[in-house]
Ligand binder design. Sequence first.
Ligand code: HEC
Ligand code: HEC
Ligand code: HEC
Ligand code: HEC
Ligand code: HEC
Length: 170
Amino acid sequence: MKLSTRVGLVVIAVLVLAVTGAAVARLAWPSVEQPLAFNHRLHIVELGNTCTDCHLYAESGVRATIPNVEVCSFCHEEAQTDSPAEAALLEFVQAGEPIPWKKVYWVPEHVYFSHRRHTTIAGIECAECHGVMEEKEQPVSRREVPLTMEGCMDCHDEKGASNDCLLCHR
Ligand code: HEC
Ligand code: HEC
Ligand code: HEC
Ligand code: HEC
Ligand code: HEC
C-alpha cells in the first residue's frame, strides 16, 4: 500500500470515528423521567389549546416557562376523567404544591437565549428547535433537537444572524 493511501485511510477512519462519536453523544443526551404523564397531543390537537396558553412567555419573553398547577387548575379543579394521571395531578392541585417538572431544554448560565427574539422577531417555529410537540402523547424525556453551540451557530450562519462570541456569551 502506498504511503499516501495509508494516510488517506487513517484520515477516513478518524473522520468516521468522529462522526459516529458525535451521533452516540447525541443519543446519550441525558434522559429524564417526568413526575406526571402529560399528553401534548390531547391538549393541543383534541382540546385546541395553543402553546402560549401554557408556555405563557414563549412569544413575549426570554423564557417560555413550564406551566404549573395555577395553569392546570384553570381546567382541572375537579376530576373530569378517570385517568390515574389526572388523579395524580389533582393531588398536586388540591395540596397547592408545585409539580416537580424536570427541564429538558436549557442552556448553561454563560449563554444568553431569548425566546421572543427567535419566535416573534425571527419568526422561527417552535418545532424547529423542539420537534413536533403536537404529536407527543408522552411527556418530554429527552431533547429531539440537540441545541448545542454548533446547532445554534449553524442556523445563525444559514439565516445571516451574527456569530460573534459576545452575542451569546455576555
Ligand atoms: C384549557 C383547559 C385545560 C388546561 C389548561 C389543562 N387541561 Fe388537562 N385536560 C383538559 C380536558 C378537557 C381533559 C379531558 C379530556 C378528555 O375528556 O379525555 C384533560 C385531561 C388531562 C389529563 C388526563 C388525560 C391523560 O392524558 O391521561 C391529564 C393528566 C391532564 N389533562 C393534565 C394536565 C396538566 C398537567 C395541565 C397543566 C400543565 C393541564 N392538564 C392543563 C383540559 C385542560
Ligand atoms: C431557536 C430555537 C428555539 C425556538 C424557535 C423555540 N425554543 Fe424553546 N427553548 C430553546 C432553548 C435554547 C431553550 C433553553 C433556554 C434556557 O435555558 O434559557 C428552550 C426552552 C424551552 C422551554 C423550557 C422552559 C424554559 O422556559 O426554559 C419550553 C417550555 C420551550 N422552550 C417552549 C417553546 C415554545 C412553546 C416555542 C414556540 C412558541 C419555542 N420554545 C421556540 C430554543 C427554542
Ligand atoms: C395544556 C398545557 C400545554 C400546552 C397547550 C403545551 N404545553 Fe408544552 N408542556 C406542558 C407541560 C405540563 C410540560 C412539562 C411536561 C412534559 O414534558 O410534557 C411541557 C413541556 C414542553 C417542552 C419541554 C420543556 C423542557 O425543557 O422540559 C417543550 C419544548 C414544550 N412543552 C413545547 C410546547 C409547544 C411547542 C407547544 C405548542 C405546539 C406546547 N408545548 C403546548 C404543557 C403544555
Ligand atoms: C433555527 C435558527 C436558529 C437557531 C437554532 C438559533 N438561533 Fe439565535 N437567532 C436566529 C436568528 C434568525 C436571529 C436574528 C433575530 C433578529 O432578527 O434579531 C438570532 C439571534 C440571536 C441572538 C441575538 C438577539 C438577542 O436575543 O440578543 C442571540 C443572543 C441568539 N440568537 C442566541 C442563540 C442561541 C444561544 C442559540 C442556541 C441555543 C440560538 N440562538 C439558536 C436564529 C436561530
Ligand atoms: C449562537 C450562539 C453562540 C455563539 C455565537 C457562540 N457560542 Fe459558545 N456556546 C453556545 C452554547 C449554547 C453553549 C453551550 C453548549 C452546550 O450546552 O452544549 C456554548 C458553550 C461554549 C463554551 C463552553 C464549552 C462547553 O463545553 O460548555 C465555550 C468555551 C464557548 N462556548 C466559547 C465560544 C467562543 C470562543 C465563541 C466565538 C468564537 C462562541 N462560543 C460563540 C452558544 C454560542
